[in-house]
Design a protein around this ligand. Structure first.
Ligand SMILES: [Ca+2]
Ligand SMILES: [Ca+2]
Length: 218
């Protein structure tokens, strides 16, 4: 018994007692180990590039994606490069719910920021990393994740970059089973042009773990 996804990957393993746990990965080049953005499209005003993994990476291989870019320290401000978003997008077809009751979009990410994610003063979001799911026509289906630095005491002139560390998330996208969707990940530098934020992303995957027993008709 095995599973085949749209990318042609086949992985399966059988546990004891007839139970089975299946893992599929419908994301192509989700670890960026091809050292390029094959199967992805990039966009936005901020640079999006392949980089060596951030220090002490947990199982992310030789390459990661950087949404936005490290600009500081530098001799002079280059504000025109620091505002906007850096975006990665890939279209995938999700497995049918009947095959796997639970489907996750998994990824690892590490946010570096000189800014806050939310401003009480302006009452708006400033710098964030976001994950969205769109349908094939580009209509937003879900805003799956928003993250950033919540602590304004950590930022200000002369303050060092805030490293939020590697995080791993598995976002439940079961309700979109069977659909063709676009995975969108975006690092946003909103409002100001001087307090930079960039996000390292890796190991983007579609997983459908679980135990099940399959009975076939005679
Ligand atoms: Ca990688
Ligand atoms: Ca900013």
């Amino acid at each position: 018994m095995y599973a085949r996804d749209v990318a042609g990957n086949v992985r399966a393993f059988t546990g004891g007692n007839g139970d089975m746990a299946t893992y599929i990965n419908g994301v192509a080049n989700g670890g960026f180990e091809s050292a390029n953005f094959n199967s992805w499209s990039t966009g936005g005003a901020l640079p999006v590039s392949i980089v060596p993994p951030a220090p002490q990476p947990p199982d992310v291989g030789l390459y990661s994606a950087s949404l936005g870019a490290r600009l500081w320290p530098k001799p002079a401000r280059t504000p025109d490069r620091a505002r906007g978003i850096g975006r990665l997008r890939q279209t995938v077809r999700l497995p049918e719910r009947g095959d796997w009751p639970v489907i996750y979009l998994g990824l690892r990410y590490r946010i570096y920021t000189y800014d806050v994610m939310w401003s009480d003063y302006f009452q708006e979001y400033i710098d964030t990393f976001d994950v969205y799911l769109l349908d094939s026509a580009g209509v937003q289906l879900a805003h799956l994740l928003r993250d950033g630095n919540p602590d304004r005491n950590l930022i200000g002139p002369g303050r060092p970059v805030v490293d939020l560390g590697w995080k791993e998330v598995n976002l439940d996208i079961s309700q979109f089973a069977g659909q063709t969707v676009q995975i969108v990940m975006a690092n946003a530098n909103r409002r100001d042009q001087i307090y930079n934020t960039w996000t390292i992303v890796d190991n983007v995957s579609i997983t459908a773990p679980g135990r099940r027993v399959t009975f076939y008709p005679a």
